[in-house]
Ligand binder design. Structure first.
Ligand code: ADP
Ligand code: MG
Length: 480
């Protein structure tokens, strides 16, 4: 039996406000436990919530950036459940009428095609606190309680872990570009719940899903999805059935376990919050926010294709996050060569960043250095091959400039024709058999055989001979 997987994501996005959704407590990361929890956050009886209008503004901004509809009369509801990290006994959230309605986000697939992913809705809600259990003591930190979140919910349109990560990356890029969230996943500013089910390949009905909660990196998301798909296949193939349940994934051990069976909506006894007025938005208010929108990743991509003559997939990768786009445009500004800038960033630079698990903002090689490498290739000081050596050397010595490395390692390209000519002469005299073969061979074969001589000459010149001059001289001497 062949299986296919179906995935839907719920993404929690922490809005970049200074204070909480319903109180004046600070939201800054890293405070001591409970330093940022006031009487509203800890639910002292008699306190009342006051809506933070900045959170509403950021939510609308995100909705516009997502190309979704904005609800002009959304309202808050109480989701009732008892948990120690939720002092009110309910979470203030939105159910019937969320502030952001349906929309579509397009992702680029590995094969270069584009795929639309439907957004079901995105709603405003408050975060809960955090419980920790260690050595028989349970502690509660309410600094997170009341922090404004947007929960974005997709339709089950994603087919595998790669698509899920592509979608999440796109949302991450969007929220950072818009400035609605700082995007710091390691601080919990963006968390993912993955809903996974499997079904026989080609089937139209959905299988029973599980939900793995609170993944805080793309890496964990990918691991958790792939592992859950394998687990479900194993269970079904052994004749068992999938239970709809909530699961937890442990990034350290790489294992997941069932946490609890899934609650039904009725369990939460939702009802409109009597302490808060509905959020009525005027057309002018929404239009004003629309005017403040920065260039969105989609638009940036279109501009890169048009202005820099890039291929669709290059533009997609270069605009996938704001930092990469910024780095690219800096290299182009300094070198004037968009094609080489794209090649270097998506090739050598990306390989080095991946191998060291760094983001482009943490690159050891700056945009200036990449631009300098491109300029030295263009003015024939170095060959493209040597340029890779220089890149590697700067990666290890980020304080050195490109010109210092060229000087220090004596990597200047050999362009002096008489010097190159003498290398060619030496290789030709040292290899009489190859020369004879070459001269006897048919023209189509000769092109291939030339490689041997080029290789030998490059070896002697330590890769520094100018390839164009070298090729031309080898031919000349072989054919004379
Ligand atoms: P709840 O709010 O109870 O978690 P929803 O119906 O709102 O449930 O769905 C939550 C998420 O689960 C959505 O992202 C949705 O796309 C996804 N989902 C629903 N059914 C499936 C399924 N059978 N397989 C995979 N994902 C699913
Ligand atoms: Mg859910």
């Amino acid at each position: 039996m062949e299986w296919e997987s179906v995935i839907g994501l719920e993404i929690h996005i922490q809005l970049a406000t200074k204070t909480k959704l319903f109180s004046s407590s600070a939201t800054a990361y890293g405070a001591k436990p409970n330093e940022q929890a006031n009487e509203v956050d800890i639910a002292i009886p008699g306190t009342l919530p006051v809506l933070n209008t900045k959170a509403v503004e950021l939510a609308v901004k995100l909705g516009l950036g997502l190309n979704s509809s904005i609800s002009k009369d959304s309202f808050f509801e109480r989701k009732n459940y008892f948990y120690p990290d939720l002092p009110k006994g309910y979470q203030t959230t939105q159910l019937a009428n969320p502030i952001i309605g349906p929309g579509i986000v397009t992702i680029a697939l590995a094969n270069g095609e584009e795929k639309p992913i439907r957004i079901h809705h995105a709603h405003l809600e408050e975060d809960a606190g955090k419980s920790t259990h260690s050595q028989g003591v349970s502690s509660i930190d309410l600094n997170r309680a009341g922090i404004p979140l947007i929960e974005l919910v997709t339709e089950p349109d994603l087919a595998d872990a790669e698509e899920a990560v592509a979608f999440a990356t796109k949302i991450h890029s969007l929220v950072k570009t818009l400035g609605v969230c700082d995007g710091k996943m390691e601080q919990g500013s963006m968390r993912f719940d993955v809903n996974v089910s499997i079904r026989p390949k080609g089937s139209n009905t959905l299988g029973t899903r599980t939900e793995t909660k609170n993944l805080n990196s793309f890496k964990f998301m990918k691991m958790a999805i792939n592992q859950e798909i394998s687990r479900q296949i194993e269970v079904l193939e052994a004749g068992g059935s999938i239970k709809q349940e909530t699961r937890l994934f442990n990034g350290v051990t790489g294992e997941s376990r069932a946490l609890r069976s899934k609650e039904e909506e009725g369990d939460y006894r939702y009802f409109p919050c009597p302490d808060l007025l509905p959020i009525y938005l005027t057309d002018e208010y929404i239009a004003d926010i629309r005017k403040q929108l920065p260039e969105l990743p989609e638009h940036k991509k279109a501009r890169f294709i048009k202005d820099y003559n890039l291929a669709n997939h290059e533009a997609e990768l270069l605009t996938i996050d704001a930092e990469t786009a910024l780095y690219f445009e800096e290299v182009v500004r300094l070198s004037g060569n968009a094609k080489l800038a794209a090649n270097w960033i998506l090739g050598t630079l990306a390989q080095n960043l991946n191998a060291n698990e760094l983001t482009i903002g943490q690159s050891k090689v700056t945009a200036t250095a990449v631009a300098d490498i491109i300029l030295r290739i263009e003015d024939n000081t170095i060959s493209s091959k040597i340029a890779k050596t220089i890149f590697a050397s700067i990666w290890d010595n980020p304080n050195k400039t490109v010109d210092q490395i060229i000087e220090q390692l004596d990597l200047k390209q050999l362009t002096d024709s008489s010097e190159i000519a003498s290398i060619v002469t030496k290789v030709i005299t040292d290899n009489p058999q190859q020369v004879e073969n070459y001269r006897k061979a048919a023209a189509e074969k000769q092109a291939k055989m030339l490689g041997f001589f080029v290789g030998q000459c490059m070896k002697i010149s330590k890769g520094k001979a100018n390839p164009a001059t070298l090729n031309q001289m080898i031919k000349q001497q072989l054919e004379s």
